[in-house]
Design a protein around this ligand. Structure first.
Ligand code: 9YW
Length: 442
């Protein structure tokens, strides 16, 4: 009786239900991002899913990362989607036009996503090392074997997307940020004028039947236009700056890159590539400084930059907390934490749970049910908490853990949640939501 299944009553049951979700979404080669809406592997989802899986099986966790690494392009880019053979998602590999550019036998998209992989690999390695035995051996072998690939990935990001000395990575599509329709991108998208385009039929709105929880058709036509602009130049990194009508310095992705470069340096030191660590640490510093330099003195939030318009981007979104991920400046950290816990964010008394929404809950453009325009994303809660714990802030980690577990007990493992009511939205049984539930419980 499904009515008996919700809400979940004990943390033990939450854990076993989360494991069931990952098992059900596992199609053998990959754990798909969600059972119905997203039947493929997404790059940053795979990293979070892997760390969740490692609480169950280190071997299965590493297999997930292995599958992603096998899709790495010759350039070093790790694509944002690795397609399974399950039909029904749009844009599919044909629409992407990546055949012949992606590696032989791999079906992938032609853009990237935030580089959380090294950070999650480090977490898995720590877990496996603590367990010892076979797990430790597997994690060590895997890391030694794949380190050059993760380093190539970071080298590609630095050279193809961040070689201008700004300490910030450029994205050519909002999808690359992982926060597709965040109001961060409204300005840049307003200047994207779709030209002649093959017609298309969306499939996401067939699955999330309340369309108001998804991006609009107008947003989608711009998303597809950018795909076409890239495909027209064969996804050639050198030509993208000359043709793309969307170019944003993504502050949150840059902070993730800084933190992950430091984590990669630790892994390189430990697993046989110490000569790589000075370069990796140099990138970590460069991007940490780049992120710090974007902070608006008035609001205290970090900002993206619209490259083509030459403007800072204003809306108060969760990306404004990029320094929580990467900064080494204690005063900046303190100020960010004060804002994070203040009335515009987790201290808003109207919230169902004290968790950060994807935009400030006092922002005039807040859309509490629409995707990256307001809902709370469980994966973000855990990632930010993980960054704080890494800094030694066990207290705040504990507070976010308590609020997150309380949120997840409703039991649907939603993709995102309405901030004031706690209603699960988007896709249910979302893999990375289940994965972070397992991390909170570990
Ligand atoms: C889409 C899979 C992906 C995430 C993104 C999220 C969403 C895909 O789902 O994008 O088609 O809208 O925005 O961050 O990786 O979970």
């Amino acid at each position: 009786n499904s009515d008996d299944s919700y809400p979940i009553r004990t943390l033990g049951e939450l854990g076993s239900r989360a494991r069931d979700v990952l098992a059900a979404n596992d199609i053998g080669t990959m754990v798909t991002a969600a059972p119905n809406l997203y039947p493929h592997m997404w790059s940053w989802d795979a990293a979070f899913v892997a760390t969740g899986l490692s609480t169950v099986s280190v071997a299965r966790a590493l297999q997930e990362l292995d599958y992603l690494v096998a899709a790495q392009w010759k350039s070093g880019m790790i694509p944002h989607i690795v397609f399974s053979d399950v039909p029904g998602y749009f844009p599919d590999v044909d629409r992407w036009g990546t055949r012949g550019v992606s590696p032989e036998g791999v079906q992938s998209s032609g853009i990237c996503q935030p580089p959380v992989h090294a950070t999650m690999l480090r977490r898995i390695v720590e877990r496996a090392t603590a367990a010892g035995g076979e797990d430790a051996r597997l994690a060590e072998d895997f890391t030694r074997r794949t380190l050059p690939h993760w380093i190539d990935w970071h080298a590609w990001l630095r050279s193809a997307r961040g070689g201008d000395g700004s300490g910030l990575l450029t994205i050519y599509h909002g999808w690359e940020s992982g926060m597709d329709n965040s109001p961060r991108f409204d300005g840049p998208y307003s200047r994207v004028q779709p030209g002649d385009m093959e017609p298309f039929v969306r499939t996401d709105t067939l699955k999330v039947t309340d369309h108001s929880q998804r991006p609009s058709d107008e947003e989608y036509s711009r998303y597809l236009w950018l795909v076409q602009q890239m495909a027209d130049v064969g996804f050639d990194d050198a030509r993208l700056p000359g043709v793309m009508s969307f170019q944003v310095k993504d502050v949150f992705m840059s902070a993730i890159f800084a933190a992950a470069s430091e984590d990669l340096a630790v892994l390189a030191e430990q697993f046989g590539l110490p000569e790589e660590t000075p370069q990796l640490r140099q990138w970590a510093r460069e991007f940490r400084d780049g992120v710090d330099a974007t902070v608006d003195a008035e609001t205290g939030l970090a900002r993206d930059r619209d490259v083509l318009a030459g403007e800072w981007i204003g809306p108060p979104t969760i990306a404004g907390f990029a320094p929580l991920v990467s900064t080494a400046d204690q005063a900046l950290l303190d100020r960010q934490l004060e804002i994070f816990e203040g009335p515009d964010w987790t201290g808003d008394p109207r919230l169902a749970f004290p968790l950060p929404a994807s935009t400030s809950t006092t922002y005039e453009g807040l859309k509490p049910r629409q995707y990256w325009r307001g809902p709370v994303w469980p994966v973000m809660n855990w990632y930010l908490a993980h960054c704080l714990r890494r800094r030694g802030d066990g207290k705040r980690y504990g507070q976010l853990r308590e609020a997150s577990l309380a949120q997840l007990m409703e039991g649907h493992f939603g993709e995102y949640y309405e901030p004031f009511t706690g209603e699960p939205l988007g896709s249910m049984d979302q893999s990375w939501t289940a994965a972070v539930a397992l991390e909170w419980l570990a």
